[in-house]
Design a binder for this molecule. Structure first.
Ligand code: UDP
Length: 486
């Protein structure tokens, strides 16, 4: 373990899904940029997504490496090559995936072997790997939890568990208010997560996550203090320790790091940028639903028609339900009519690069936390279309607290990422897109607030900014802890 003169060595262990892997790799790189030795623990196929970025970091002098452990696909009945939540072939298999990753027994042995061999000073592991707290404790190593969401959402989750305000309503559509939070947050029952029996595994996991959170050294969040100061205090009031160290996507300074963050896109980055360069400032709407969400052909057709009717230039990242014909969902002649007006990117886009281009003036998002905070950081207003996980809470932060976005109007939480039927019609899509992009007074006010938040996020990660300072504080605390345990 490290002494004052010795370098701090930190293990980073992401959950195997793009929305978890991407930000925690950024965190590892951030720590390395502040002089720690960073070791990222992952499985063979997941490592491929960021190996080149880490190689570039190493060449630039950072002390950062990847340690590979095998993924136990066969042991839990997953097909070979299924190492990431977004490659799970069906809803039934999601349980197998969580069994492989989150319940510990299978990954714990190789992980503990690494702890034994390397004796790092700290483990920073994803919230979905609760067993890492006990594994680290065995070796007297503190574990920090990396939460992939905001403190706002963590406070809302605790608040709902504690007061159960949804139990006092008579229908799924009746609006209720969450008691005791710093802002008046309104929700409906239909927007709350509702894990059915097939998700029993998930309910158990939730309990384990809660236990591990409480026992851990504290929590790191991909957010910045100025975004949610009242919730930082509220969270502290619950007796928890948290450090805001984001937006972590801001550690990607070079175009190549932005372009290759996560998976590699099929689109040529130069074509994408020259398309954006040809557009007016703030004129383009970026449309993307994260790394998992897959809509039905009907929904995709409505998105296409809604975008076309709005006449707003757009970049749309399209992903269809697995095993469906991905070429046959667009309205006839759509791609020809949209030539020059709309850019369609299949499967994966260089999101952070696009969002930060001056031509992008709005983001239609599923409100995954990474996308939400990346949109906020880019200073653009949002159209919110939450689907699953804690995305409805993120929507409330944007629309009811920050007031930098409007809702597309999806009201029903889903427990799976392949979505049946029609959730939002083309008429509604046209209406909200026009409202956000038309430069009316409401849109201008939102844009101004969004821009201010974007500036604040930039200052937060600069030397002396709040996230920069929180990172310094946690590194120092870990150093002191490490010396004491010598
Ligand atoms: N992402 C990307 N290109 C895409 C889709 C997603 O770069 O085409 C990145 C995005 O920038 C974000 C992450 O993948 O960092 C998705 O995480 P989020 O929390 O938004 O949603 P999830 O995929 O977990 O639902």
């Amino acid at each position: 373990m490290g002494t004052e003169s010795q370098q701090l060595h930190v293990f980073f262990f992401p959950f195997m899904a793009q929305g978890h892997l991407i930000p925690l790799v950024d965190v590892a790189r951030l720590f390395a940029s502040r002089g720690t030795k960073s070791t990222i623990i992952t499985t063979p196929l997941n490592a491929l997504h960021f190996a080149e970025t880490i190689d570039r970091d190493k060449h630039s002098g950072l002390d950062i490496e990847i340690q590979i452990i095998p993924f136990p696909a066969a042991e839990v009945g997953l097909p070979e090559g299924c190492e990431s939540a977004d490659s799970v072939p069906s809803q039934d298999m999601a349980t197998n995936f969580f069994q492989a990753v989150s319940h510990g027994t299978l990954l714990q042995q190789p992980f503990e072997q690494l702890l034994e061999n390397h004796r790092p000073d700290c483990v920073i592991a994803d919230m979905f790997l609760p067993w890492t707290t006990n594994a680290a404790n065995k070796y007297g190593i503190p574990r920090l939890v990396f939460h992939f969401t905001s403190l706002f959402s963590l406070c809302v989750i605790e608040n709902i568990e504690m007061y159960a305000p949804h139990k006092n309503v008579t229908s799924d559509a009746e609006v209720f208010e969450l008691p005791g939070l710093p802002d008046k947050i309104k929700m409906t029952n239909s927007q709350l997560p509702n894990y059915d029996d097939s998700y029993n595994t998930f309910s158990k996991l939730k309990e384990k996550m809660h236990e591990a959170d409480v026992k851990s050294f504290g929590v790191l969040v991909n957010s910045f203090y100025e975004l949610e100061p009242a919730y930082a205090e509220y969270y502290k009031g619950m007796g928890r320790r948290a450090w805001h160290i984001g937006p972590v996507s801001r550690c990607n300074i070079n175009a190549i790091d932005k372009a290759e963050r996560g998976k590699k896109s099929l689109i040529d980055v130069h074509n994408c940028l020259s398309w954006l360069n040809s557009k007016e400032p703030d004129s383009v709407l970026y449309v993307s639903f994260g790394s998992h969400t897959r809509f039905s052909a009907t929904q995709l057709q409505h998105i296409a028609m809604g975008l076309e009717a709005s006449q707003v230039p757009f970049i749309w990242v399209v992903r269809m339900a697995k095993n469906k014909d991905t070429n046959n969902f667009l309205p006839e002649g759509f791609e020809e009519r949209m030539e020059g007006k709309g850019l369609i990117i299949k499967d994966w886009a260089p999101q952070v690069l696009i969002l930060n281009h001056p031509s992008v003036g709005g983001f239609l998002t599923h409100c995954g936390w990474n996308s939400t905070v990346e949109g906020i950081s880019a200073g653009v207003p949002l159209i919110t279309w939450p689907v699953f996980a804690e995305q409805f809470y993120n929507e409330k932060l944007v629309t009811q607290v920050l007031k930098t976005g409007i809702t597309a109007g999806n009201e029903v939480w889903n427990c799976w990422i392949e979505l049946e039927g029609l959730l939002v019609t083309k008429e509604k899509i046209k209406e909200v897109v026009t409202q956000l992009m038309d430069n009316g007074q409401q849109a201008q006010d939102m844009r101004k607030r969004a821009r201010e938040l974007g500036e604040m996020s930039k200052r937060a990660v600069e030397i002396g900014g709040s996230s920069y300072n929180d990172l310094t504080t946690i590194i120092e605390e870990l150093r002191v802890h490490s010396q004491k345990s010598l």
